[in-house]
Design a protein around this ligand. Sequence first.
Ligand SMILES: Cc1cc2nc3c(=O)[nH]c(=O)nc-3n(C[C@H](O)[C@H](O)[C@H](O)COP(=O)(O)OP(=O)(O)OC[C@H]3O[C@@H](n4cnc5c(N)ncnc54)[C@H](O)[C@@H]3O)c2cc1C
Length: 486
Amino acid sequence: MSEHFDVVVVGAGISGIGAGYHLQANNPDRSYVVLERRDRLGGTWDLFRYPGIRSDSDMYTLGFSFKPWTEDEAIAAGPAILRYLDETAREYGVDRHIRYGHGVKSADWSSADARWTIVADRGGEEVSFTCGFLFMCTGYYNYARGYTPDFAGIEDFRGRIVHPQFWSDDVDYAGKRVVVIGSGATAVTLVPELARQAASVTMLQRSPTYIVARPSQDGIANWLRGKLPAKTVYGLTRWKNVLLQQYFFRAMRKHPDKAKKTLVDMVRKELPGHDVDTHFTPRYNPWDQRLCLVPDADLFAVLREGRASVVTDTIDRFTEAGIRLASGKELEADLVVTATGLEIQLLSGMPIRVDGKLFEPAKHLTYKGMMFSDVPNFAISFGYTNASWTLKADLTANYVTRLLNAMRKRGMRQVTPRLAAPVEEVPFLEFTSGYVQRAAAQLPCQGARKPWRLHQNYTLDLMALKYGGIDQEMEFSNPAPAKRAA
Ligand SMILES: Cc1cc2nc3c(=O)[nH]c(=O)nc-3n(C[C@H](O)[C@H](O)[C@H](O)COP(=O)(O)OP(=O)(O)OC[C@H]3O[C@@H](n4cnc5c(N)ncnc54)[C@H](O)[C@@H]3O)c2cc1C
């Protein structure tokens, strides 16, 4: 027996909660359910528990368009973000639509029935659902596994090794010698936090990342708060931050050398007497990979005070006492934190079939960064890589609700992106970061022109997705049985 819903949303993180809100607001006559594998909502913001976990983009753009962020911190701690998500889900009644403990295992589209059949695992029992539209809000990485390179000799190490994705309360770092492997957002968050209690903290990186210090609070927003309604302050600050981000992103891409010099000079000012050329001057251009933000320059403060240090070297092997480096130097450690990244996983890695044929994302083009060529009634929430995830997730959810309304108005049950003319293919993610490169083979491509191209620009996408037409290379149809019935 299958339960039927007009829309099944998979995942109750930022994207799934936002999807629920938009469906309720714009398609009040449609039924929907959110299937969530875990026992709690929040996704990323519930999963990650390492010390100091926080956003690295501001909450005025990481927050939802419809729910003001009202706390003083613009760069917020993980628990505060989780509270905000929980409050949003309860305030808008999205929580009542979430079925926890439902791990979706497969999805099958039948054109004859214009329906998806979804099979989920509920505590070892298989349950199935059918729906007219499937909206995947499953994030972009593997929840079960983080990425750890094959380090030689890892079994020899006598201390403890922890991947930040699986941090638990029993990880003891007080008074310990800690090595954090990595130079990304997680590493730069962990280092100042661990330095509060550890005997020593070494950030061991193979190569440097661009690191930018910004205030954790938005002075203008906090000044306006109390003078203007919360919604107005939020809206104004959101647009300010969107436009500033777009401006700086474009300027840095246009003038990489100047941008590189500016970013590295900022670090030099923070770290007089440090070897900035070796440790803070990346080989790539700004925004070839995501910039790392450090709120209130906390990382630089612990480095200046000598409570933490940076080593740029290659790991030769683990030893009983720590890590031996290619240079011959040895770092002794009681605890090694492998902040070596995520394992990208699209669509939760589950089999999805269209009329019995396995859907392989790498063989399809993405449509507006959210649907796939020749895959009917199906969308994915995939946020921006150069700005806050939620900006794009919000636009995507809104666009799905527009499509659903157009289908109903036209009496059509099936909607499928169809390529009308050949298009040049470009990568879906244009980053050179290791985690993106490792996943290249499983990622789809996007087209070089509209509507197959994603702009990575909120203003342009807002015009295209919220206000633009929905017919460009989009086929509205009715499957055969419905036609016969008619
Ligand atoms: C440590 C960290 C910090 C980050 N900081 C920022 C930031 O500051 N700014 C920013 O823009 N982005 C940031 N990101 C990216 C971040 O993941 C997104 O901002 C956002 O949280 C993604 O939300 P989501 O709902 O799309 O996915 P997720 O948060 O990953 O949620 C996906 C949900 O789907 C569920 N799910 C997955 N598969 C299934 C299945 N088969 N069946 C049922 N349920 C399933 C999961 O259990 C989870 O609850 C960060 C990521 C990490 C890891």
